[in-house]
Write a protein that binds this ligand. Sequence first.
Ligand code: SF4
Ligand code: SF4
Length: 177
Amino acid sequence: MDTTVFEVIKKYFSKVFISAHSVARSFLSSLPYLFNLSEWHKEVTEQYPDPISSRSAEDLPARTRGLLFNKIEKCTGCSECEKVCPTRAIFLECEEGYDTSRPWVSIFNIDFSRCVFCGMCVEVCEPQSLVHTKQYEGAVYNKTDLVSSFGRGRVTQEQRAKWATLKQQNKMEGVLA
Ligand code: SF4
Ligand code: SF4
């Protein structure tokens, strides 16, 4: 059956009407939210950063799993965190330091592009050197900037020589005392 010009025009205007009706309905349903007209129409989204309630990272719950931080002076280099991490986000390397009974953690990197904030590394850290902060703003422009380094750096030849001299001095003082 042939479609007449009149039917095509009718169909076209019908579609225009349906679209306009749909836009008008959406606008009307969102209008009460614009004026906070009732308890049911309260605004639930907040601006970020929120200028009204002045919420900060410190207002977050105590067990918030934010970005990780390693208090390296407490870290024993046991590598339990590295082993337990399901996404291999932690990489560490140790060497002998001044105190031979305790490894010198020269490299301790956390790749936040891999981290899923499961908190397992924090749970296994016996000396509690690895902790979650409440900091959650970690956006960067370059992926490489997502790697945080907490290590003490490699021990240089000069540092090693200095430690050797210091040990010698301590030994001599011990003998003389
Ligand atoms: S929070 Fe989870 S994913 Fe992130 S570094 Fe720790 S163990 Fe790995
Ligand atoms: S588990 Fe804790 S002490 Fe052991 S290497 Fe990791 S951060 Fe350091």
